[in-house]
Design a protein around this ligand. Structure first.
Ligand code: FES
Length: 231
């Protein structure tokens, strides 16, 4: 029996940092500020996904390419990370994501009936988006506001317990823009920008990045088979 030919461990291809083409210059500037907070660029991946969602309301393929270039990973790795988290969306979302909790406290308080009403009045099922792109309806697990059941959130903002009647008024308010001051479009986590509190010495960051690169190179060298693998 012949011995199997040793195969070299796959190495990460050298990634040439491509200039962002989709994210706005303001978003790219904010992205670079965020990246500077971390010893490793890739640690800023999720915050950058939220920035892209703030711009577009969801994570477009073009944004994922930009993010990949900014943090030094592949677009597939951005997608692989984003698809794991509920708050990151890789498909278009409505301007308002309306979440109705049907977990136990809200279930007892009429959450299932409220969701059914929402589906009827919006003309979509949970997970769907209205034709005009205004509202995406979601069925949510406990939203940590159990004493105000049935709990509803819009774009992750609490809007209090709702009845079918108040739910319809809420949707009308969202559509007319009268809640714009309270609820920004989907993707905006906050409208207050940090101006201090996380100052990082650039030399410390550079030194930590150098050390990490050396450690990674040493790990890859140790993992590579003797003789360099396949001839
Ligand atoms: S069960 Fe609905 S907020 Fe907790």
């Amino acid at each position: 029996m012949t011995e199997p030919t040793p195969v070299a461990a796959p190495r990460r291809a050298a990634l040439a940092p491509a200039a962002p083409t989709h994210l706005s210059s303001d978003m790219v500037a904010r992205a670079r500020q965020l990246i500077a907070l971390y010893p490793e660029r890739r640690s800023a991946l999720i915050p950058l996904c939220h920035l892209a969602q703030e711009q577009d309301g969801w994570l477009t393929p073009e944004a994922m390419v930009d993010i990949a270039g900014l943090v030094g990973v592949t677009p597939g790795e951005v997608l692989g990370t984003a698809s794991f988290y509920d708050m990151l969306h890789t498909e278009p979302m409505g301007r308002y994501v309306v979440a109705v909790c049907t977990n136990i406290a809200c279930l007892l308080g009429g959450g299932a009936e409220l969701l059914e009403h929402a589906e009827d009045s919006l003309g979509i099922g949970a997970g769907g988006t209205t034709r005009d792109g205004t509202v995406t309806l979601e069925e949510a697990e406990c939203l940590a506001d159990c004493d105000r059941a049935p709990c509803v959130q819009v774009n992750h903002r609490y809007v209090g317990a709702q009845t079918p009647e108040s739910f319809d008024r809420l949707i009308a308010d969202l559509r007319s823009g009268t809640r714009d001051g309270e609820v920004p479009p989907h993707g905006t986590l906050n409208r207050v920008r940090r101006t201090d509190g996380l100052a990082v010495d650039p030399e410390v960051v550079a030194e930590e990045r150098r050390a990490e690169a050396e450690a990674r190179a040493a790990r890859e060298a140790a993992a590579a088979p003797a003789g360099g693998g396949v001839a």
